[in-house]
Design a binder for this molecule. Structure first.
Ligand code: UT7
Length: 335
């Protein structure tokens, strides 16, 4: 059986930086509250005249391919695209990015597993490579979330946290005895809590037809029971990380770097303390980008590599938790 190795990582962040000060002029919050409760100092908002989910993903993918030494995008033979904010209701953004990169013909699979989306996508790609079905896969996480936000008192618990961005990795087939590569992926879900973090409409059921009233109502806005999400997240993140370590006969001391999905700095800090990791073992960039859902892990990987925090031979642990609820983890030996 083949093994899959990450050979390139890329990211794209829209230019517009929105500070906590700017948000506090729009609704009832303070920069101090946002920093204390989330760790976020600023986030990026997309430019509707320029950025699409597919275009941001294409930029991140170009960077990942360049790092992987892929000069012709046609070398890629499959796309797995994670987003909960596709450009169209359908088709998914995977085909749009494929068109933009000139890779017509190859398969493009869209996944909508929210904050766990990137690890779910990685797991699917890893298994396609292991079976020998594909050799070079682009695995993407990209989101434009700020267009669904309401910058008002009513929408503030969402508006302070989420941001826009895209990240991508190139996953390539390697021989089974290669030391680098994905050691394992672990995926979980519990639909009991589906309505604790969701956007209800425009859903296909409950309405005979879409109505103007529905489309301008509260049901098209994201809803999050922040406390419930937080409490489940800290338990599930830890469980997923421990499962990955146990599965590979490793301990937390073997982890060179943990990149938790950037949900809230308090969640990352809880994990660091709970798992007794050092500051150097955990990478966070939520301070600058907020929570970018499926994009947060590949964006953080890309930055960690650039800052020299994630190096060849390192054991990387990634873990995520989010809407569904879904949660996931993976252990990766960097090439
Ligand atoms: O990516 C996965 C999905 N999301 C997450 O993982 C997010 C998980 N949850 C969280 O990050 C946190 O629950 C939040 C950041 C959303 C909220 O923080 P919290 O510490 O759970 O705050 P809270 O909802 O318990 O509210 C505490 C207080 C309340 O005031 P009182 O009742 O104590 O007087 C809120 O009204 O803070 C108030 N509050 C705010 N104040 C200023 C809530 N939101 C805000 C706000 N600005 N944006």
């Amino acid at each position: 059986m083949k093994r899959s190795v990450i050979t390139g990582v890329g990211r794209f962040l829209p230019e517009r930086i929105v500070t906590n000060e700017e948000l506090s002029n729009l609704f009832d919050t303070t920069p101090e509250w946002i920093v204390e409760r989330t760790g976020i100092q600023e986030r990026r908002f997309f430019d509707p005249d320029k950025d699409t989910v597919a275009s941001m993903a294409a930029s991140a993918s170009r960077m990942a391919m360049e790092q992987a030494g892929i000069t012709n995008p046609k070398e890629i033979d499959f796309i797995v695209f994670a987003t909960i904010t596709p450009d169209y209701f359908f088709p998914g953004s995977g085909v749009l990015m494929q068109r933009e990169l000139g890779m017509e013909g190859i398969g493009a699979l869209d996944l909508r597993n929210a904050c766990s989306g990137f690890i779910y996508a990685l797991s699917v790609a890893d298994n396609f490579i292991k079976t020998g079905m594909y050799k070079k896969i682009l695995v993407v996480g990209a989101e434009i979330q700020t267009s669904a936000m309401e910058l008002s008192d009513r929408g503030r618990n969402i508006a302070v946290i989420f941001g826009d961005g895209a990240g991508a990795v190139v996953l390539e087939a390697a021989e089974a005895d290669d030391k680098a590569g994905i050691l394992s992926t672990h995926l979980y879900a519990d639909g009991t809590y589906a309505e604790e973090l969701y956007i209800k409409d425009p859903g296909s059921s409950r309405h005979k037809k879409y109505t103007a009233e529905m489309l301008t109502g509260e049901s098209v806005l994201p809803y999050m029971n922040g406390n419930a999400v937080f409490k489940h997240a800290i338990v599930r993140f830890s469980q997923a990380i421990n499962d990955a370590l146990n599965h590979n006969g490793l301990t937390k001391d073997d982890i060179d770097l943990l990149i938790p999905h950037q949900a809230n700095l308090r969640i990352s800090n809880y994990l660091k303390d709970h798992l007794k990791l050092t500051d150097d073992q955990v990478f966070n960039n939520i301070m600058h980008y907020g929570n970018t859902t499926a994009a947060s892990i590949p964006i953080a990987m890309s930055e960690a590599i650039e800052k020299g925090k994630l190096k060849s031979g390192d054991l990387l642990c990634v873990a995520a938790f989010g809407s569904g609820f879904t949660w996931a983890s993976s252990l990766i030996r960097m090439r």
